[in-house]
Design a protein around this ligand. Structure first.
Ligand SMILES: C[S@@+](CC[C@H](N)C(=O)[O-])C[C@H]1O[C@@H](n2cnc3c(N)ncnc32)[C@H](O)[C@@H]1O
Length: 298
């Protein structure tokens, strides 16, 4: 089975405005679709660093002198680039979230299609797992996860139901979790609600929102002036963070005004929000929720 079919491939790499001698970073290597396209556009002196925290992605490493794959979380982008002697870069690409491979391997526990242990870690080094979230979080914390990351209106009752069920026995597998919550999964909307529940737990397990914030802040620090940021997100929570950051250089509030009363912001947004066309969505269902934002550092 194919590891991952890259989404918005040309559009996101076009957004990097590649200089053949530049230094670029693909922070979500996966199957390497975007990395291969970046390398195609680089000259012999260009460099590409890629990150993926999932050990499985290492098998896709590209054999090319210009390429380095770093098996780490991109929340440490600045630290690991510095380790390779890189202090500033010309462009950074992020294709957020989970790869098709991660969804397709039943034991990873990401997919509602299979029964599996409650895992959902993108990296085996991650200390938090879906098991810990479901069995060890207190009710208030579970409610927060379902509300904030799943946008589930009945988050309080879902949290209460889990806490009550696990006083009898630990909830070990995804099927056991579905069974515990079965009352709240009417057939008509079952898949939609399950997708929201899984998304919420996965975001918490991998701390995806905090990681994205740390990554965006460091991107701003390491991009050269006129360096490009090209980010594809797959749900509104991610896209909201990216949108605010490229617009204002911050996640909350309004940026400061300069002496003349103009907002002083670190990025210039390039073009409008880009989404896949109908053809791409037809060929690759995973593309249906993708949103690409491109920004240039001032
Ligand atoms: C949507 S896939 C990327 C697919 C890739 N663009 C391709 O063309 O094959 C996202 C990948 O990023 C990785 N990933 C997600 N969050 C990460 C993080 N915080 N640090 C490092 N890798 C991460 C996942 O393990 C996954 O392999």
């Amino acid at each position: 089975m194919e590891y991952h079919n890259p989404v918005l491939l040309q559009e996101s790499v076009d957004g990097l405005n590649i200089h053949p001698d530049g230094v670029y970073v693909d922070v979500t290597f996966g199957g390497g679709g975007h990395s291969k396209e970046i390398l195609k556009r680089l000259g012999p002196n260009g460099k590409l660093f890629a990150f993926d925290q999932d050990e499985d992605a290492l098998a896709n490493a590209l054999v090319d002198d210009r390429f380095t794959l770093i098996n780490e979380n991109f929340r440490f982008i600045k630290r690991f680039l510095r380790f390779y002697g890189v202090k500033s870069v010309d462009g950074i690409l992020g294709d957020l979230g989970v790869s098709s491979h991660q969804f397709d391997v039943p034991e990873r526990g990401f997919s509602t299609r299979f029964d599996a242990d409650l895992d959902m870690r993108m990296s085996k080094k991650n200390e938090l797992s879906a098991y810990k979230v479901v069995n060890e979080y207190d009710e208030a914390n579970l409610k927060r996860v379902f509300l904030d990351y799943g946008e589930l209106k009945n988050a309080p009752v879902l949290a209460r139901t889990i806490v009550e069920a696990r006083t009898q026995y630990p909830i070990k597998t995804t099927d056991e979790l579905k069974e515990v919550l079965s009352r709240y999964l009417p057939e008509r909307v079952k898949n939609k609600i399950l997708a929201q529940i899984y998304q919420a737990i996965r975001i918490e397990v991998n701390q995806e929102m905090d990681v994205l914030k740390e990554f965006l802040e460091q991107s701003l620090e390491i991009l050269k002036p006129e360096g490009r940021l090209s980010v594809i997100s797959y749900h509104s929570l991610e896209d909201r963070l990216v949108k605010r950051f490229v617009k204002n250089g911050m996640f909350d509030g309004e940026p400061e005004r300069d002496f003349f009363g103009n907002f002083s912001v670190p990025f210039k947004t390039i073009g409008k929000l880009i989404v896949p066309n109908a053809n791409e969505i037809k060929e690759n269902n995973r593309a249906r929720s993708a949103k690409l934002r491109i920004a240039e550092k001032r």
